[in-house]
Design a protein around this ligand. Structure first.
Ligand code: T3D
Length: 263
């Protein structure tokens, strides 16, 4: 598939999606979100893909919605924001959470609005030390979306989430790490290589087990203890039936590194 607003390439078991509208800090227009969704669906279906890396081209990661796209023409009808959020942003969040392969986000610069929200939906966020996160919505009279009100309070607690969302202050990468919002900070010039190496190493792990773990973590956000214990039992049986489990046990017994094949 050819892309106009992202680049997408696969190597070493990793599909790298790069948001590619650097002149507007990779803010989302509708076709860019459709391209991201199609690429995520492709990564889901291709058994050779065992991890996904999401990043941005140029100096920003993503400035959220392209505000030029949703500005009403003078005298024209107001855009349907609910429909827009449902069709443009929500499907990407669902696709990232439902993809049973690790999704790494390399935040190379500013992540604002839905761009900041999207990063938080990923499994691992590595950020450049020069990157920042801004819940920019309140500055333009909107409410946080793209899953921010779901993930952020769970990651950092209600007090910090409230201040980030109501004040729309810039959170540096170092603060984001301290608050537990992200996994790791890298020097700007090292971020790309570090994120690629990290994603490639995830792609050598027991992919089915990682995917089932992700399903458990998703469920843990709303299940009660009994439901979660039962789901763990059920998914443990599924993980135990994989070739990678057998390989992990054999490697342990033979005192060697496992060679997982993702099945
Ligand atoms: O249905 C719906 O649409 C609702 C959904 C909403 C989801 C959302 O994401 S709402 C929030 C939208 N995003 C924002 O409000 C952020 C807007 N951008 C900024 O506040 C700043 O650009 C940043 C803080 C992110 C970065 O500031 P800075 O000084 O580093 O860069 P800049 O000069 O402001 O931006 C560089 C260029 O990108 C500039 O264009 P120019 O002047 O060089 O031609 C700027 O206009 C453009 N740009 C930045 N963000 C957006 C954008 N263009 C369109 N849409 C943007 N979101």
């Amino acid at each position: 598939m050819t892309h106009q607003f992202i680049t997408c390439e696969t190597s070493e078991g990793v599909t790298t999606l790069t948001l590619n509208r650097p002149e507007v800090l990779n803010s989302f227009n509708t076709p860019m979100s459709a391209e991201v969704l199609a690429a995520l669906a492709g990564a889901d279906m291709d058994p050779r893909v065992r991890a996904v890396l999401l990043t941005g081209a140029g100096r920003g990661f993503c400035a959220g919605q392209d505000l030029a796209e949703v500005t009403a023409a003078p005298g024209g009808p107001a855009p349907d924001f609910a429909a827009h959020v449902r069709t443009v942003f929500n499907p990407m969040v669902r696709a990232i959470r439902q993809l049973e392969k690790p999704v790494v986000c390399a935040v190379n610069g500013v992540a604002a609005g839905a761009g900041a929200s999207l990063a938080l939906a990923c499994d691992f966020v590595l950020a450049s030390s020069s990157a920042s996160f801004i819940q920019a919505f309140s500055k333009i009279g909107l409410v946080p979306d793209t899953g921010a009100t779901y993930f952020l309070p769970r990651l950092v607690g209600l007090a910090r989430a409230t201040s980030m969302m109501l004040l729309a202050e810039k959170v540096t990468a170092a603060q984001a790490l301290e608050y537990g919002m992200i996994y790791r900070v890298a020097e700007p010039e090292a971020l790309t290589d570090e994120a690629r190496r990290f994603a490639a190493s995830l792609a050598t792990q027991a992919t089915v087990g990682l995917g089932l773990t992700k399903r458990l973590l998703n469920a843990s956000l709303s299940n009660d203890l009994d439901a979660q214990l039962e789901l763990e039992a059920r998914l443990q049986a599924e993980a135990a039936s994989t070739a990678d489990h057998a390989e992990g046990i054999a490697a342990f017994q033979q005192k060697r590194a496992p060679r997982f094949e993702g099945r």
